[in-house]
Design a protein around this ligand. Sequence first.
Ligand code: GDD
Length: 409
Amino acid sequence: RVVAVIMVGGPTKGTRFRPLSLNVPKPLFPLAGQPMVHHPISACSRIPNLAQIYLIGFYEEREFALYVSAISNELRVPVRYLREDRPHGSAGGLYTFRDYILEENPSHIFLLNCDVCCSFPLPQMLDAHKNYGGMGTILVIKVSAESANQFGELVADPVTNELLHYTEKPETFVSDLINCGVYIFTPDIFKAIQDSFTQRKDRANLRRTTSFEALQSATKALPADYLRLDQDILSPLAGKKELYTYETRDFWEQIKTPGMSLKCSGLYLAQFRRTSPILLAGSKGSRSATIIDDVYIHPSAKVHPSAKIGPNVSISANARIGAGARLISCIILDDVEIKENAVVIHSIVGWKSAIGKWSRVQGEGDYNAKLGITILGESVAVEDEVVVINSIVLPNKTLNVSVQEEIIL
Ligand code: GDD
């Protein structure tokens, strides 16, 4: 039997995601029309012999209640949200709920970060992991040398794939092979976490008896029950024949900013073409608007037949798209109204916002730049014939003049 755990973090972690995280926890923000966490969950649901999926985080329980019950029914896999009272770090959070996770007596435990976007090749990882015979296998990918320092950089044996060296976000370049935040472990991982806690306590005790200065630095350190998987567990276990790597050659991105969520929405839409084409607009041969692949339109949204939509557009519930509107590379959230002949490009339009006739809401499409896309928060009104370029507009604002490269507070 197999259990999957998805780390969803909590409110303080989502600050780079503002203003979108003001309304909804980041893991529930829609990508390709489905909550971010839906994509790893649906990948987990395809693992043979999966007994249970746990989401571990420190958001309020009620924020996830509706979603977990709906998705459990839909996928016929029990999905449960487990709430930490405060952050314990990625390994500490897992350890906190060890009794729940071990209840099913699993032979293997998948552990996934919620904020990564990839094809989640989980069954292939499981096969590779069984062949290696170690305690854990990490999904890894090659990225450009310039971007590698935002991630855990690692060195693996080219023949055996053993993890030989691991450094989390190093200041000087180590390797262009990075940690994707997707793992499979045997239950021995809990023993490794326990050992790490014990060693930390021993070190702290030793310091306490040696010098006053050390005592001060020890008390300033992280809380005793806070442990990070990468720095505190993976790093020290490298080169000990315990950890192995599985390299993906498919797509992989990390979703820390709204710009990246727009990019990842497009990657998931493209994946739907292979995995769930029924979710894509145009697949049912309706007499609707002109669609340029790939596009998701919620069944309750109303799109005028003369509108032209796509590529990479996702339109959520009850949105209304007027005659002659043109939408390219954007996420349109619930209850948005886009009036006649408005244009939206490389933008995210927040819940209940309205865009006036002949208006233009646009970003340049640099997903990594702070103002590379335009973001309208909840209930923003853009009046008729107004142009908004590369800007972030906080909730409840009305724009009656054009703006460019601005953050409207
Ligand atoms: N429940 C819970 N509790 N979740 C947490 C906590 C915690 O205390 N701290 C972090 N997480 C979750 C985050 O929401 C995220 O899904 C995951 O754990 C990892 O978050 P971080 O520890 O903040 O690391 P990171 O995202 O900056 O980098 C990690 O992931 C990269 C891949 O995306 C590292 O493992 C990198 O090496 C890796 O490249």
